[in-house]
Structure formats: C-alpha cells, structure tokens
Design a protein around this ligand. Structure first.
Ligand code: AMP
Ligand code: MG
Length: 420
C-alpha cells in the first residue's frame, strides 16, 4: 500500500431476494481513488483481499475462477458499450480458498465511478442516521450529479436521474440478452453502472424466463423480470430519500410515488426505441410494437438464438436457426421488409443502424467456461483470445465464427453460482 493510504470497507444494507439485511463489504476494500486526466474520479477496489469488519462468517477471500469470470464479463460489457464497473487485473494470491473444494485464491482490482449503492442509502435509513443520510446525499450529488446541486428539489431530481440511468442500463442488458442474476438493492449502483458480477450470464436461446443462478429458485431475477425488479429497487431507493424530499411525510410519499409511477411508461418507450434500432427502424410507426412482439414470440416458440437471430437478419455469415424456414417467420420477414421500406432510408443506413445495436459476438457460456478451465490450469491463451474478440463485438473479426455458435443443447440448463 502507498504510504499514508487508508483502506476502507464500506457499510451498506440491502434487500437480498426481497429480504432486508445489514451487509457491507465483506471481501472488498477501496484502496484509493484515481483522478483521470479528464478529472473523472474512480474508486480502485480490491475484491477478495481478506476479512473486513463486515465479513460475518465469510473468509473475505475470492477464488480465481469467479474473479476471472467477473473480468471477462465486465470487460465484455464495456466492449458492448454498456455502463459498467471495469476490471483492471486479477492476481493470484498463492493461497488456497476453501469452497466446496479447495480453490486457488485471487484478488480482482475493480474500477468503479463509485461504490455508492441503493443499499448504502438503506443502511443509513435502517440505522436512523438522518444527519449522515444528508451527508451521503450531498456527497453523491457532488460526485455524480453536480448539475442538480442548486435545484429546489434535489432529492426528487436524484431519484429521477437514477431512474433514467437504471432504465437505460436494463434496456441495454436486454438488448444483448444479459441476465444480471442477483439484482439485490445492494448490487444497484447510484452511478448507473452494472456492478457485482456474480451469477450473471448471457442468454443463448430466447426464453424470457431464463434464469441461470442456482439460488434463484423462483425466477425473481429472470430475464424478463429485470425491468420490474429495477422498479422495485428504485422504490426502495425512493423510501430512503423521503426525509430529504419533504419534511411533511405525506407530501414526500406523494411526490416519490408520482415519480416511481412514471417508470413503466419510460421503460416501455426506451425498450421500444432499443428494439426498433435492433430491427433497423428509424422513426416510430404504430405497428412496431406488434411486429417486435411477434418476432419475440416466434423466437421463443422456435427456440431461436437471441444474438444470432439478429445477426441472420443482418445477413451475417452464420448458420441460420431453423425458425428461418418456418412459414410464419417468412411471413413476418416480409412485413419487416415492408416496414424497412417505410424508413425512407437506404438499405445501407438501415443495416448500419442494426450493426451498431446488434453484437456479432457475446461471451457465450461455453466459451467462458472453456477459458476459465484453461486459466485454472495456468493456460491463459483461450481467455486472452476470448477477451480480444469481445473488445470489438460489433465488428467482424477473423476468427469470430469460433465464438458465435451457441453452446451444446445442455447449456439450456447452464447454472451459475455466486462463487462466494
Ligand atoms: P455478493 O453476492 O457478491 O453481492 O455478496 C453479498 C454479500 O456477501 C456482500 O456483503 C459481500 O461482501 C459478502 N460476501 C461474499 N463473499 C464473501 C466472503 N468470501 N467473505 C465475506 N463476505 C463475503
Ligand atoms: Mg454485492
């Protein structure tokens, strides 16, 4: 550690699968902040570096596999242009970490625009530290949203901004088929970055009910539940802000509720705009929603690959799903082509819009597993190759075909673990 540096483990609380708990960084410490050349401030954090006052019964350690997994997926998200914390490095500690089996220990260095979570606010509400709540609130605005500093209604403004950020984030997740897997309120960052890569994974076959996490028995964090869970989490955030919204509690609740009630409409508009872009549509047309919905229902019915369906529509050199031979899909495609003509744009322009929004490659589960298995045996080659392809997921690359095929059919039952 640099001389004079003071590490901090942060306190927070959170709703985990709906149940409120006091938590805190049990295996992570912020080792400092970094100011970039553009004066942007970043937290530099170690994950897996040992016990903290919040470790409870845990050992504060992390295993190599889950840390490399976070590295791969978070860097892939960055390549996909999705707001995320980043991974600077993974270093083996040389220690053995005991989980179901003995595993190699490792520390991930995470870079985040901050580690302020919905759960950080919840901690101060739960411990009734109203003065500190105000300090955290002001700190958050200073650090992330200084433009609302002089607002007459800063608390409602903060709620609105965080809501917009989260809507944009979840819409982006749904654009690429990402399932976070553990959207507890302590894993939702006020900055709007994707944070805490645990049991997350990308969906191959389109199924809105997809869940990968071994502990998500009721599908609370399933692919299609992500927007409604985001709204639920934002409502928990709004609750913490009540004393800052208005001294009169009834008025504060009314104002917060009115803000949260706008979520559905805002999300739907955002989502529709995103799906339009995936299909190459400029402007809005009345029947777009039906056309989009019908495609999704066909993909679901025919078990089509989510990413590759859009690649095939862009005529990428890829094996087409069986769906493309079905009469109902051929009919849908005719309607889609008609709609493209209504754009009054050239084919090239439509295709360009699609290429900006549909990745050619995502971190497929079987490729991630293959890379992790090799890395565990000191062979970093598959992982480095995978990372290189994922740096430019919207561009055609020499060996891209090796990374585009969905895993074997057994991947439908692919399971992920928190790795804690
Ligand atoms: P996560 O699922 O990574 O969001 O972790 C949930 C909570 O468990 C956080 O408060 C972590 O700090 C804590 N935690 C996870 N793994 C460990 C561990 N090995 N030792 C101590 N605390 C942990
Ligand atoms: Mg967490």
């Amino acid at each position: 550690m640099p001389e004079g540096a003071d590490t901090i483990a942060q306190a927070y609380a959170g709703h985990q699968f709906g149940h409120f708990t006091i938590l805190g960084d049990g295996r992570a410490i912020v080792i400092g902040e970094h100011l970039s050349k553009n004066n942007e401030r970043y937290d530099i954090q170690f994950k897996g570096s040992g016990k903290t006052p919040f470790s409870r019964n845990g050992d504060g350690r992390a295993a190599l596999g889950p840390m490399l997994r976070e590295y791969i997926i978070s860097e892939a998200m960055h390549g996909l242009n999705i707001s995320t914390t980043r991974s600077l490095s993974v270093v083996k500690t040389g220690e053995t970490v005991m989980r179901e089996t003995p595993l190699q220990g490792a520390i991930l260095t995470r870079v985040a625009s901050s580690h302020i979570r919905v759960g950080t606010f919840q901690f101060l509400t739960a411990t009734r530290e109203e003065k500190n709540l105000k300090t955290l609130f002001e700190y958050t605005i200073d650090r992330h949203y200084p433009n609302i500093k002089d607002s007459k209604t800063p608390a409602i403004d903060l709620l609105k901004i965080v809501m917009e950020k989260q809507i944009r984030l979840v819409t982006d997740w749904m654009r690429v088929g990402f399932i976070h897997g553990v959207m507890n309120t302590d894993n939702m960052a006020i900055s709007g970055e994707t944070i805490d890569y645990g049991p997350c994974a990308f969906m191959d076959i389109y199924n809105p009910e997809t869940v990968f996490s071994s502990i998500d028995h009721h599908g609370r964090y399933a692919f299609l539940n992500q927007p409604s869970i985001t709204k639920w989490n934002l409502a928990r955030f709004a609750e913490t802000l009540l004393p800052l919204i208005d001294k009169n509690k009834d008025k504060a609740i009314e104002s917060a509720t009115a803000t949260i009630n706008k979520f559905d409409e805002l999300f739907n508009n955002n989502w529709l705009e995103m799906m339009r872009k995936k299909l190459g549509f400029f402007d809005k047309k009345k029947d777009d929603e039906v056309l989009i919905g019908f495609l999704l229902s066909l993909m679901h019915k025919h078990k089509a690959d989510y990413t590759n369906t859009f690649c095939s529509l862009m005529n990428t050199e890829i094996k087409k799903d069986k769906m493309f031979e079905s009469k109902e899909f051929v009919d849908w495609k005719e309607n889609w082509k008609k709609r493209l003509k209504e754009n009054n744009k050239s084919n090239e322009e439509c295709l360009k819009l699609m290429h900006l929004n549909n990745p050619l490659v995502i971190p497929r589960n079987h490729k991630v597993e293959e890379a992790l298995k090799a890395a565990n045996n000191n062979d970093l080659d598959p992982m480095l190759k995978l990372l290189r392809v994922l740096e430019k997921p919207y561009e055609n690359q020499e060996d891209i075909m090796n990374y585009q095929s969905p895993g074997p059919a057994s991947d439908e039952k692919y399971q992920t673990f928190c790795g804690t």
